[in-house]
Design a protein around this ligand. Structure first.
Ligand SMILES: [Zn+2]
Length: 266
């Protein structure tokens, strides 16, 4: 079984065929999906999506930095209601993004630090988003990893979070691993120009990787320009297997075990 650890199937890109896409994903060898509901308007939809696929779809609830300027004053109270639900497996995605002009560092860090204590309160890991800006000073990884040095959440599981869609350098990866974070590998691993990502995955080792798509964006190399969806997970897994010198079954077993070490049994 493979686990898709990061989908946005509630995106409007799937409005016409969401059920068919989800069924196709399960038919492809994906056994479980973690859907990411990362702004208040998506939370109820995320819960309903889980209810339609019991035992197969679970959800992360949180507020992405993209929405820093538009969040309700009672954000935390609302978010706590969702993190208490049986379908909730993580806080997220939360983090720092300097690629888009979505708000100053201070406001993004404040939103992150507001939400982080919920992990300990609900014993759930966090799904982290980090995207560097266009100049070297706009280092989202450095700022996120620095902020996490003060994060006190210590679960019994091996991982307390994941750097999803990892796009940093080896020093960022090393710092993340030292903080108890897994690395999320998706279609960007397959892009021709991303040899550095494949090298980081090799150095980090299969014991620290989880698979994801981040659909509807970032399909694998051969399907760029198309809509992404979780049925691409086996293709991403096969690319990881090829690069790390492992069998497809070995990658499935390890990344699935890692996903359980991250989210707990779900
Ligand atoms: Zn995402």
């Amino acid at each position: 079984m493979l686990i898709e650890t990061h989908s946005h199937l509630n995106d409007k890109a799937f409005d016409a065929d969401r059920a068919a896409v989800t069924d196709r994903a399960f038919a492809s060898g994906v056994g479980k999906i973690v859907e990411i509901a990362c702004q208040p308007s998506e939370w109820a939809q995320g819960e309903a999506f889980c209810a339609a696929y019991p035992g197969k779809v679970s959800c992360a609830f949180g507020a992405h930095p993209e929405y820093t300027k538009t969040l309700p004053p009672d954000l935390l109270a609302q978010l706590e209601l969702y993190l208490a639900k049986p379908c909730a497996v993580a806080l997220g995605e939360v983090g720092i993004d300097y690629w888009w002009d979505i708000g100053p560092k201070e406001a993004q860090l404040a939103l992150l630090n507001l939400q982080l204590p919920l992990c300990a309160k609900f014993n759930k890991p966090a799904v982290f988003h980090a995207r560097n800006g266009k100049t070297p000073e706009q280092n989202a990884y450095a700022d996120l990893l620095e902020a996490l040095k003060g994060w006190s959440y210590k679960p019994a599981r091996r991982f307390r979070g994941v750097l999803h869609c990892f796009s940093g350098n080896w020093d960022d990866a090393r710092a993340g691993l030292d903080l108890g974070l897994a690395l999320g590998v998706n279609g960007t691993f397959t892009y021709k120009k991303n040899g550095y990502l494949r090298d980081i995955a090799l150095k980090a080792g299969i014991d620290n990787l989880v698979l994801e798509t981040d659909c509807p964006y970032l399909p694998p190399e051969g399907s760029r320009g198309q809509r992404n969806d979780p049925s691409f997970i086996p293709e991403i897994a096969a690319m990881v297997a090829g690069h790390l010198g492992l069998s497809n079954g070995g990658v499935a077993d390890k990344t699935t075990a890692n996903a359980f070490d991250l989210f707990g049994e779900f």
